[in-house]
Design a binder for this molecule. Structure first.
Ligand SMILES: *Cc1c(COP(=O)(O)O)cnc(C)c1O
Length: 398
């Protein structure tokens, strides 16, 4: 008998796991569970999951297709030809951007999957990845999973939450390999003008940096003018790709289907990674997504109207109580300064404890989110008014 047979040793998990924080909403779930155990009724305005149903014709398409034997087999990992055609047709119709469906588009298992896997396609250890702060937590995980270095680019109110390229030090820019951007922006609701994307592309070309633009809210805007795609910027396709998804546009968060389009070398590199990790999206879901993308836009127009009404309702309640609200024009979030200069997590904890209402702590999306909170417009206006009224009564602005 050897030493190891007689004495059992403890296994060890990967070191990188120590750098993976619990997912933001896990922390909030724990706060909720605690309040619930004390008999408090919980109402969530915290997590960004649409309340409205997937339009019925999309669901029907899934039913129909799921019964066909050929549809039950392994799909092609890149997405079917028909699916990639539907994606590029959408980009043509919506943005006037013409893409080659064979080389410049890929189907994803939700955009989150592609956002995470992109790291394996473009980052080496010790490269720098520039991540906006605050931002969707998955971008920062790129650095953790590849041993690269994260540089946080603060999104500040005085810059309308746009990245300030002039503030990125030259030595960081020289080492940077990848830049993440997201407009309409989660969590701040800021929208970027085309001039900003033009500037971003020029900056990226100067330093040889890849731009990954995450655009899940491209259709969720509250302005008269639809926000642009990164691919509308001059020369964007030389350096950039864009992630998009059906999740928010068609209330399909649970379906897991998204897309990446743009620079063919980067898109193909991500495809190569994926072909060794997953086997694509269930074919009936691709069929349903094709149906969604080719539908008349009525459902999306209605959805936009709802979010406009809801944003107005939230802004009214908060502002008449003296809260400092950022007037964003996109996404279904409202970004607000905490009352009395409270720390984000303190305020969110107190609100859950005293009212049962769950809101998002700004600092959960990054240091520069400290002192803000996020409200989701995923409830009807009356419900939003009622619960925000409860909050402002308990927590005066000053
Ligand atoms: C919702 C969201 C996503 C994820 O979209 P899926 O396609 O459902 O994975 C990605 N980025 C941001 C900023 C989001 O808010």
């Amino acid at each position: 008998m050897t030493e190891t047979d007689s004495k059992s040793r403890c296994f060890k998990l990967a070191d990188r796991l120590e750098k993976v924080p619990p997912y933001l909403f896990q922390v909030i779930d724990d706060m909720k569970a605690d309040a619930k155990s004390r008999g408090i009724e919980i109402v969530s305005l915290g997590i960004g999951d649409p309340d409205q149903p997937t339009p019925p014709e999309i669901v029907e398409e899934l039913y129909k297709q799921a019964q066909i034997n050929e549809m039950q087999k392994y799909p092609a990992y890149r997405g079917t030809d028909e699916m990639r055609q539907a994606l590029t047709d959408f980009y043509q119709r919506r943005f006037g951007v013409q893409l080659n469906p064979q080389t410049e588009a890929l189907t994803l298992i939700g955009s989150k999957e592609g956002i995470a896997n992109l790291a394996l396609a473009v980052l080496n250890p010790n490269d720098v990845v520039i991540v906006p702060d605050p931002s969707y937590p998955v971008y920062a995980m790129n650095a953790v999973f590849t041993g690269s270095e994260k540089y946080s680019a603060p999104l500040l109110r005085e810059n309308d939450f746009l990245i300030d390229f002039g503030a990125i030090p030259d030595e960081i820019a020289e080492r940077a390999k990848l830049l993440w951007m997201n407009y309409p922006n989660n969590p701040t609701s800021a929208v970027a003008p085309i001039e900003f994307f033009n500037e971003a592309v020029q900056w990226a070309k100067k330093y040889g940096v890849i731009i990954a633009h995450d655009n899940p809210y491209s259709e969720i805007y509250q302005s008269d003018e639809p926000p642009p795609s990164l691919l509308n910027a001059e020369g964007a396709r030389d350096v950039g790709i864009e992630f998009n998804t059906l999740s928010k546009t068609y209330n399909m968060t649970g379906w897991r289907i998204g897309m990446v389009v743009g620079n063919q070398d980067i898109v193909q590199a991500l495809g190569r990674v994926k072909s060794n990790i997953d086997s694509g999206v269930f074919l009936p879901i691709q069929k349903a997504a094709i149906r969604a993308l080719n539908m008349p836009s009525d459902s999306v127009v209605e959805l936009r109207k709802k979010y406009i009404e809801r944003r107005i309702a939230v802004e009214e309640v908060l502002e008449s109580a003296g809260y400092d609200v950022y007037h964003g024009k996109g996404t279904f979030y409202v970004w607000v300064r905490t009352p009395q200069g409270k720390k984000s997590f303190d305020f969110v904890g107190e609100v859950i404890n005293e009212t049962g209402v769950v809101i998002g702590p700004g600092s959960g999306w990054g240091k520069s989110g400290e002192g803000f909170f996020r409200v989701c417009l995923t409830r009807e206006p009356d419900v939003l008014r009622k619960y925000l009224q409860v909050i402002v009564e308990k927590f005066p602005a000053n």
